[in-house]
Write a protein that binds this ligand. Structure first.
Ligand code: FCB
Length: 441
């Protein structure tokens, strides 16, 4: 039986600036909150940093060649804001613009369509010091930065994502304190979430006014809560969490509302202005990013409690492909998203490089196939999904876990910076060429 995808379906791979570029202080780049976070002891496993990462800043021509050899038609990457504005605002660093200009031109020459994320977490440290995302004025600085990028690249780049995973930015960065900038205030987290969506709307208008043919969205890590305990306490928790984790981002952008339940039940909720909701309520597509279900039992949710029935990745995340189907269906029905693109999906496993330079990553291949199968099921059931981007093109800096977890379709030997296509990379390339895969039933 063949599982096939439409011929205009957009296949691609994704990365993010901080995770691959390196060159953290070269050619006039400013410091980001992730540079500061990594350089402060105790935050990152083995004290890894993004200083060199995959050295993509210098090796991008080879990386693009490799992508081309894998038949990859679309590439999602992010722009480092402090490379463009070392202080977040004020004078533009021409070297930064030059880098992304060259990157885009090289991609287009290779027949690869660029998809840009403007914010994949590396806020200029200078703007953090000025008050950070909880202060409303930052939405103007972000809009100016978006405008600058649209003017510089919008003649060639048609696909834009304002923010990557605003939930992670707000809650992991400002509430849980485990990601940069490492704060622990629920109030500031919810204020951040509100300003991110406001900045999304403002940037949407700004980019459109420069290039009306641009297609603009943001990407959301859908938190799919699974009531493993099937208990009432968990059901109640999920009912609230669904809105706090997904509703506060998807509702304003897709439906023009802010979830009432959060305003009623959380004293730290922001003040919502109706005019802001109008600004937020603009998009052409919304990216869904899915890795695993959040398991809930006895009224407690957890990312990494060992529920033994699930196979776990190197991140400790359970493998739950059916949750991917359900998440996409919720995007389509509950939030009525009119164009959905899977902008990230993938898994980390303890890969080993054979002496011949191969990586036989069966687990990653199974994960890929199982998730594509569920994606196709959601499309059959009416979900308007137009693309799938695998995370990640190559192994990279996995935030607080440093270089231990490997998510790539391409293996990176960090010592020599040599790249090796994994078996999953060859498989993905074949799926793209054949617009699907054979399934033995
Ligand atoms: C997502 C991030 C991405 C990567 C994957 C594994 O939350 O957007 O940068 O770290 O997880």
């Amino acid at each position: 039986m063949k599982i096939s995808f439409p011929s205009n379906f957009k296949w691609g791979v994704a990365t993010a600036a901080f995770q691959i570029e390196g060159a953290w202080n070269e050619d006039g780049k400013g410091e980001s909150i992730w540079d500061r976070f990594c350089h402060t002891p105790g935050h990152i496993e083995r004290s890894d940093t993004g200083d060199i990462a995959c050295d993509h800043y210098h090796r991008y021509p080879e990386d693009i060649k490799l992508m081309q050899s894998m038949n990859i038609p679309n590439y999602r990457f992010s722009v480092s804001w402090p490379r463009i504005y070392p202080n977040g605002k004020g004078a533009v660093n021409q070297n930064g613009l030059d880098f992304y200009n060259k990157l885009v031109d090289t991609l287009l020459k290779a027949g690869i369509e660029p998809w840009i994320t403007l914010y994949h977490w590396d806020l200029p440290q200078a703007l953090h010091d000025e008050g950070s995302w909880p202060e409303r004025k930052i939405t103007d600085y972000f809009t100016t930065y978006a405008e600058t990028m649209a003017k510089a690249l919008g003649d060639r780049v048609k696909n834009w994502m304002t923010f990557n995973e605003p939930w992670v930015v707000s809650f992991m960065g400002y509430h849980e304190g485990v990601f940069a900038p490492g704060e622990t205030s629920e109030k500031r987290a919810l204020q951040t979430a509100y300003h991110l969506m406001l900045a999304h709307g403002k940037a949407y208008s700004a980019i459109k006014s420069i290039h009306s043919d641009a297609r603009i969205g943001f990407t959301h890590n859908y938190l799919h809560y699974h009531n493993l305990g099937r208990d009432e306490k968990s059901a109640q928790l999920i009912n609230y969490k669904q809105h706090e984790s997904n509703g506060i981002f998807l509702e304003p952008v897709s439906l023009g509302n802010y979830p009432e339940i959060v305003l009623e039940q959380n004293a730290n909720a922001p003040t919502v202005h109706p005019d802001d909701l109008k600004v937020m309520n603009q998009y052409d597509f919304i990216g869904i990013q899915y890795y695993f279900d959040v398991l809930v039992a006895n009224g407690e949710w957890s990312f990494d409690k060992p529920f033994p029935i699930y196979k776990r990745t190197e991140m400790g995340w359970p493998v739950t492909p059916v949750g991917f189907y359900e998440s996409i269906m919720s995007f389509a029905t509950e939030y009525q998203v009119k164009d959905i693109i899977v902008t990230e999906n993938g898994s980390a496993w303890p890969d080993t490089l054979s002496p011949e330079g191969n990586v036989f990553d069966d687990d990653r291949q199974h994960y890929l196939i199982d998730h594509l199968y569920q994606l196709r099921r959601a499309m059959d059931d009416g979900a308007p999904v137009s693309g799938y981007f695998a995370w990640a093109f190559m192994d990279n800096f996995e935030w607080k876990h440093g270089y231990r977890p490997r998510f790539g379709l391409v293996y990176v030997d960090y010592g020599s910076q040599k790249r090796h296509i994994k078996e999953s990379g060859h498989l993905f390339s074949k799926i793209i060429q054949e617009k699907g895969f054979e399934c033995i039933v």
